[in-house]
Write a protein of this length. Structure first.
Length: 661
């Protein structure tokens, strides 16, 4: 009996032992690799590493935009989410540190939480930050990281960001940071961390060109981020935008976003804190502009000194053997300080009269007035409707002295210019000459030539919001019932449907200065679009005839700009002969929506009235090195009187700064 029981017991023991051995074999041999991988994943954390944005500099290396050191007020992720387990852990720590019971420790914890949020709300109000929105963004950013990390995994792993503080109030100064750190033991889940913010050393200078950054919008995240099927999770984590990330919003900051942004790095840890792997951050690249910030500043000051709003463009043409089209200045006035944009935004957007946020040089389309006449002259010569010697007789009117179209000279003096060849037609800016040119060319051919000069397309710097010009099309003429002859006449003198930006006109005049070589303007040496070149089919004799006319505009006593450049007291630019063209475009009064019906109509208040004054030109005459366009809004007295003096000072400035040799 005893032996029988022993056999049964030993059999059962052997069976249990065999089961244990089998299970161990299954766990360690058959499924060992899978369980080791799961255990390893469970003991790892992933942390993303921040990246500094690249700098923007001008052509001389002067820094226009950079990340500068500052401090951020950060709150713990578990505080932001109201995590109960974290609260219990913090309460236990307080009890141990102070030697008090659980109830007292809970009261201290609540006091510290309340003080933390009160401090954060006070600083947020002072900084103009929506604390609730910033807190929600910080939480969503961590959750986005966690989604990316765990998307392709069978078992969820935590990320280091869940145990960290996250910025909710950026850009604190050093004194505020010191005060917060001194008071830190009276709060909980709050830290002050070194950080950086975008800084614009020149403030308002070139603000429209440089642009600014801001927090990425959900729709930008949706459109720009790599999707699951496009890249592995680590690549997505390094490249994708997360809620709260910074992105270029306007100007060069937006145009060169991919270059300036860089790529974040990451670090993978064990729970013990040991680093398993690290991929370093790829610093944002620098962008070098062709802009000269000193010239930009000086030209803006010329406008401001006269109380003008408007725009100016200066292009560096290079040498005949190595033509270029570098943007030296792209001025829009009024300006605003990029560093104070967030604070000043409400007042900037409310200014419906001066419109400081508008980049007039590339966005605002104006009728070019008589500055379009050199382009119309080249079109007429190249298409053979006139020659360099043929004349058109200006009697002061087209059909009758009693009704338009009439010449400005007849309106002012009651006389006509008489017979004029193309050079004299430009010199004296004769409307009858160019009405006739437009009539002979017709709208289609005239607009074809305007297109060749780049007026129908965005200028091509790559800046966001660049606009193309407008001009009549056959469809538009049919739809409106407008006369093709009448529209062609108007567009030949820069009126009618023809509108352009100041950059368009500077580039068109640069094309004439380069003897018919069209180049799209270059602004950024990195990150900009591919540049376009077109050799226009213009005979050298035609170019020379138009250049001669533009020379006489300024340097002949009968030229429309003679007095502006040669009156007593005017100091010429020594050794530099300027060729140019004035223009005055009749402009509708500026109104604002004072009756609050959501549109601008004739019942609304007129806030500004006057003409658009233009000057375009190039210098020097025989070896053009710069081309320019100046546009002044809502003034009386014409292009020569208002835009001409600024153009003269710009040429002087180019000479002083070495851009004219």
């Amino acid at each position: 009996m005893y032996k029988q029981r022993m056999k049964v017991f030993l059999g059962l023991l052997a069976a249990v032992f065999l089961l244990l051995v089998g299970k161990l074999v299954q766990l360690q041999v058959i499924e060992g690799k899978q369980f080791r991988l799961k255990a390893e994943q469970a003991m790892r954390k992933v942390s993303i590493l921040p990246v500094m944005r690249g700098k923007i500099t001008d052509r001389k290396g002067r820094i226009l935009a950079m990340d500068e050191p500052c401090f951020d007020l950060c709150l713990h992720y578990r505080l932001l989410t109201g995590d109960a387990a974290w609260a219990r852990d913090q309460t236990r720590q307080i009890a141990r540190q102070k030697g008090i019971d659980k109830a007292e420790a809970a009261a201290v914890f609540r006091q510290r939480v309340d003080r933390t949020w009160a401090t954060a709300r006070e600083l947020a109000a002072r900084a103009g930050t929506d604390l609730d929105e910033a807190a929600a963004t910080a939480v969503e950013k961590v959750r986005a990281v966690k989604r990316i990390v765990n998307r392709d995994r069978a078992e969820e792993i935590s990320v280091r960001e869940e145990e960290q503080c996250h910025p909710v109030i950026p850009g604190l100064d050093e004194l505020t940071a010191i005060r917060l750190r001194t008071d830190a033991d009276r709060m909980i889940g709050l830290s002050v961390e070194p950080s950086s913010r975008r800084w614009y050393p020149f403030g308002a200078d070139a603000c429209h060109v440089i642009g600014m950054t801001g927090k990425v919008w959900p729709e930008e995240i949706e459109s720009l981020n790599l999707k699951e099927d496009q890249a592995p999770w680590l690549e997505r984590m390094r490249s994708n935008y997360l809620p709260g990330d910074t992105i270029g919003k306007v100007g060069v900051e937006k145009m060169c976003e991919q270059l300036l942004r860089g790529r974040r790095g990451y670090r993978r840890y064990r729970l013990s804190g040991e680093t398993l792997r690290e991929e370093p951050t790829v610093q944002g690249g620098d962008v070098h502009l062709t802009l000269d910030i000193v010239m930009q500043k000086r030209i803006a000051e010329m406008f401001e000194a006269k109380g003008f709003t408007g725009a100016a463009v200066v292009l560096n043409l290079g040498e005949p053997r190595a033509p270029m089209n570098e943007v030296l200045a792209l001025v829009s006035v009024p300006t605003y300080d990029l560093n104070d944009y967030a604070r000043d935004y409400p007042s900037l957007v409310r200014d419906e009269v001066r419109l400081p946020l508008m980049h007039r040089a590339i966005v605002q389309r104006y009728q070019p007035g008589s500055t379009a006449k050199p382009l119309a002259a080249i079109a007429a010569l190249a298409d053979g409707v006139i020659t360099t010697t043929s004349t058109i007789d200006c009697k002061g009117y087209m059909e009758s002295p009693d009704r338009p179209p009439r010449c400005w000279y007849y309106t002012q003096y009651g006389l006509g210019h008489g017979p004029l060849a193309v050079t004299e037609g430009l010199q004296r800016s004769c409307n009858i000459f160019f009405y006739t040119v437009g009539q002979r060319l017709g709208t289609r051919r005239l607009c074809d030539w305007f297109c060749m000069f780049g007026l129908a397309e965005p200028p091509g710097t790559g800046l966001p919001n660049e606009r193309s010009g407008t001009m009549a099309t056959e469809q538009w003429l049919r739809a409106t019932g407008r006369s093709e002859v009448g529209e062609a006449r108007l567009e030949a003198v820069g009126q009618g449907l023809l509108t352009v930006t100041p950059l368009h006109m500077a580039d068109a005049i640069a094309t004439i200065a380069r003897d018919g070589v069209f180049l799209s303007p270059m602004l950024a040496l990195e990150g900009g679009p591919k540049h376009v070149r077109r050799d226009l089919p213009i005979a050298p004799a035609y170019i020379q005839a138009v250049k001669e006319g533009m020379y006489r505009v300024i340097n002949d006593r009968q030229g429309t700009a003679w007095h502006v450049f040669h009156d007593p007291g005017v100091i010429p630019v020594e050794g530099v002969e300027i060729c140019g063209k004035t223009g005055t475009a009749t402009t509708a009064p500026q109104r604002i929506d004072t009756n609050d019906n959501g549109r601008i109509d004739r019942d609304d208040q007129i806030v500004r009235s006057g003409d658009t004054a233009w000057f375009v030109g190039f210098a020097p005459r025989d070896n053009p090195q710069i081309a320019l366009a100046v546009t002044v809004e809502y003034v009386e007295g014409g292009g020569g009187k208002n835009a001409g003096p600024i153009a003269l000072e710009i040429v002087r400035l180019c000479k002083q700064m070495g851009y004219i040799r």
